[in-house]
Design a protein around this ligand. Structure first.
Ligand SMILES: *Cc1c(COP(=O)(O)O)cnc(C)c1O
Length: 467
């Protein structure tokens, strides 16, 4: 028999199935035992272990490498005492859905097929949480970084029209985007990628509550106006990366409506406090008045990496910013080339994976209430950690806990050393940051496996480390 057409699928499906079930069991075991598996450093010879050469390996050997040589050396965000950066925990039901998505191998850039409807359902669900009108549009992205580029590009198209698509930034006036000090670095990066450069970002001073200072913002707007610099957007943060703080969104929405400025929300993780109980639910009040919102499913919605979302209030402007159909992609009346909703018309990529399915499965399986309850738990856990820190003679809280982030100083020892010591011991993962010029340990709790007891254990381990 010729090998043509048979080169890459399994020769023996029975055998493949047996090996595959073994691999599946290893994955399930890993997820089930997540509590027993804190972060561990990769072995020194990892590069050699994964080094590729041209000799093919047998399937059982490849699967062994996957499960034994690679799977254990993850970032560790699956463990209940992982509080570093803002890293989601992953969901078993989404792992299952990802398997289906890979099996289907849908290209979600366009065409008329089932996956598009699933993405649309997910977008409609978020629009509802945001309080956006049904007429709004949205797209799933790799994360908030990409969603920010999409949102600001739409803002720019709205302000300057098709000249920006034809002639680029040289043909438009200098622009400025305003955000509070402490805004995520993806905003500056977005402006660089869009060709405006870092100086297009004005960092506005924050007030005592850590929120954007409105008077300082107004002054900055006036100064720029005098120089003929156009305000492109004001970016309000819902859940700041350092401290989990929320800008005064209602006030910013009022200002933006009055001055006809685009209001973009960076709600990477903080958007989801809308699902929590009070008082956290109200932190993002006013979001429903924004022009665009960026948020992530892979952080505080726990869905495995990667998936974020961008919502845009005005669908038509969103589409006009990105739609581009060369003849080979021209819309057809019927068949696979038909359908109105081609996501390539709403974003940067043409070929796109079926990210929506792992999100859809999580939303279908858990529902809003169960996910919201975890978010409430995480906020309560951060507040409790804040209390334990305040009660400790060795630690000092750096800022009041507002949502799910707790930042504190150690009275003896450098934050970086302590964080490394706790990571290597496998006790707990904190990350570090600088608050008011001082190095701090930082816990951002976006973890559906954490319990109150884990918080107690984490602080105990810390105290052992600093005494
Ligand atoms: C993580 C984060 C981002 C960037 O999002 P990615 O999904 O990593 O691209 C932006 N803003 C905030 C507040 C974040 O926490």
């Amino acid at each position: 028999m010729t090998k043509e057409g048979h080169r890459l699928d399994p020769c023996d499906w029975e055998d493949f199935s047996k090996e595959f079930h073994g691999l599946l069991d290893a994955c399930l075991e890993r997820m089930r035992e997540a509590r027993q598996r804190p972060w561990q450093p990769k072995p020194d010879n990892m590069a050699e272990t994964v080094c590729l050469d041209d000799a093919p390996l047998d399937l059982d050997k490849v699967f062994e490498k996957l499960t034994k040589d690679i799977m254990p050396y993850a970032t560790g965000g699956t463990h209940p005492r992982f509080f570093g950066w803002v890293q989601g925990t992953g969901l078993p039901v989404s792992v299952a859905a990802d398997l289906i998505a890979s099996t289907m191998n849908s290209n979600c850039g366009g065409r008329d097929h089932g996956a598009t409807k699933v993405e649309e359902a997910v977008i409609n669900w978020i629009k509802n949480i945001a309080g956006f009108p049904e007429s709004a549009s949205g797209i799933l992205t790799t994360g908030t970084s990409q969603a920010t580029i999409i949102a600001l590009s739409v803002a720019r198209f709205k302000r300057f029209g098709s000249i920006i698509r034809q002639k680029g930034v040289a043909a438009i006036p200098q622009i400025r985007v305003y955000a509070a000090k402490g805004v995520h670095s993806c905003l500056g990066k977005a402006l660089e990628v869009m060709g405006h450069g870092r100086e297009a970002l004005k960092l506005v001073e924050i007030n005592e509550q850590g929120q954007m200072d409105l008077e300082k913002l107004k002054t900055a707007l006036l100064e720029d106006e005098k120089q003929g610099i156009e305000p492109l957007a004001i970016v309000a943060t819902a859940g700041s990366v350092n401290l989990g703080l929320y800008d005064p969104i209602e006030d910013l929405a009022t200002l933006c409506e009055r001055k006809n400025i685009w209001l973009h929300i960076d709600g990477a993780f903080g958007f989801w406090s809308r699902l929590a109980d009070e008082p956290w639910r109200s932190l993002s009040h006013g979001i429903e008045r924004a022009s665009s919102i960026a948020c992530d499913f892979h952080k505080w919605m726990f869905v495995p990496y990667d998936c974020g979302a961008c919502l845009i209030r005005e669908r038509e402007i969103h589409k006009q910013t990105f739609s581009e159909r060369p003849t080979y992609l021209a819309p057809q009346q019927a068949g696979l080339g038909g359908g109105d909703l081609w996501y390539c018309d709403y974003g940067i990529e043409l070929s796109r994976g079926f990210r929506a399915l792992k999100v859809w499965a999580a939303l279908r399986f858990y529902g809003k209430k169960a996910l919201g309850d975890v978010i409430t738990d995480n906020c309560k856990q951060a507040a409790y950690m804040g209390k334990l820190v305040e009660a400790s003679p060795h630690l000092t809280l750096a800022f009041p806990v507002i949502s799910n982030v707790c930042c504190f100083k150690s009275n003896n020892g450098k934050a970086e050393d302590i964080a490394a010591c706790l990571q290597l011991s496998g006790d707990v993962v904190f990350s570090t940051t600088i608050i008011n010029n001082e190095s701090c340990l930082r816990a951002a709790i976006v973890n559906h496996r954490t319990t109150r007891e884990d918080i107690v254990q984490a602080i105990k381990a810390l105290e052992r480390c600093v005494i």
